[in-house]
Design a binder for this molecule. Structure first.
Ligand code: FES
Ligand SMILES: [Fe+2]
Length: 340
């Protein structure tokens, strides 16, 4: 069943971690398109349509020679703008021999691409994530591919009421007892929520990461924001006796297509920045929670694919995700006709 596209194209999405893009040609499926990524001789990342204009061989099977992508089949050569600049079998380049070239921004950890109308990219900045670049913070991360649409991942990130059911071993006691209500704020383009949990004991992993004794009672603050269709950011703060311990959980959700999403995640912290055990503890717990969510989201997607998607029943706690859906709907309505 092919459903209408539910992700806006006029938006910056994370294409890859900056460390994963080098001078070799790599191909990634992003937003239902095959995209070729590489760094030119000056280190600038280039994103092109991964399909030769001649006979559609993926350009990623070719090679990079003096900053030109040379197709493996008949040697058509393309520059970073996507223009074909050489055809070995003849003197001139045939009319229309070009592939799409996509706007790219590299910012710290991530490479962002804009696959929509390129003119609209100029007025839109990629989200700022200072914690990932601040030397006073330490971060770690990874990648995960989930067989569900990106909106199910946003819903899951905005939904704080599933913790007691899906993450009972890692959620702190605030989630497992009477949860304080979330304060949800909505702007034209984002949804955020925040709340403070009353002082309570830390979980074992929080104690391991911060070095605080597990029985010390701390207020915990959480807030999070749907930044754009491409990004969700969570902030968690443990208010300790001497100082605060801040952790930021960044999840870039990049649709591979309508029913698969790549999650490029980072966890940054402003405490125990050199401590390998703290890193290990944070990596383990964040990977675990994503792996606990994954089979549920995949089962939901399989159900929607099989049986259709009638309007769901919402609980009061779903307000943030309902707002995120309406932002996405508006962005889709506002999109200019897209280049094919
Ligand atoms: S298919 Fe690329 S040059 Fe012919
Ligand atoms: Fe979860």
């Amino acid at each position: 069943m092919s459903a209408a596209r539910d992700y806006p194209l006029d938006c910056w999405y994370v294409a890859a971690s900056a460390a994963d893009v080098g001078s070799e040609l790599t191909s990634r499926r992003l937003l239902g398109r095959q995209v070729l990524l590489y760094r030119d001789g000056a280190g600038t990342v280039v994103a092109l349509e991964d399909r030769c204009a001649h006979r559609a061989l993926p350009l990623s099977m070719g090679s990079l020679v003096a900053d030109r992508v040379v197709c493996r089949y008949h040697g058509f050569a393309y520059d970073a703008t996507g223009a074909c600049v050489d055809v070995p079998s003849q003197d001139n380049v045939p009319f229309g021999a070009r592939v799409a070239s996509y706007p790219v921004r590299e910012a710290g950890t991530y490479v962002w691409v804009w696959l929509g109308n390129p003119r609209r990219s100029a007025g839109s900045a990629v989200p700022r994530m200072p914690w990932l670049e601040d030397p006073a913070w330490s971060s770690l991360g990874g990648e995960l591919t989930v067989a569900s649409g990106y909106l199910l991942l946003h819903e899951n990130a905005l939904d704080r009421t599933h913790f007691a059911f899906v993450h009972p071993d890692t959620a702190h006691r605030g989630y497992l007892e009477a949860e304080p209500p979330l304060k949800v704020e909505v702007s034209e383009t984002s949804v955020s929520y925040a709340r403070d949990f009353p002082a309570g004991p830390l979980t074992a992993w929080q104690s391991a990461a911060t070095g605080l004794p597990p029985d010390v009672l701390c207020v915990q603050r959480e807030s999070g924001v749907f930044v754009s269709p491409a990004l969700h950011v969570d902030h968690m703060e443990i208010v300790g006796p001497e100082r605060s311990y801040r952790t930021v959980f960044v999840r870039a959700f990049t649709p591979v297509d309508g029913s698969t999403t790549r999650v490029l995640w980072q966890v940054a912290r402003d405490y125990a920045t050199d401590d390998a055990l703290a890193s290990e503890s944070l990596r383990r717990v964040h990977e675990r929670t994503m792996l606990e969510d994954q089979p549920l989201l995949e089962a939901i997607q399989a159900t929607l694919d099989r049986d259709g998607a009638p309007r769901p029943v919402n609980a009061a706690a779903d307000i943030a995700s309902v707002k995120a859906h309406s932002i996405v709907r508006r962005l889709l309505e506002e999109e200019s006709p897209q280049p094919q």
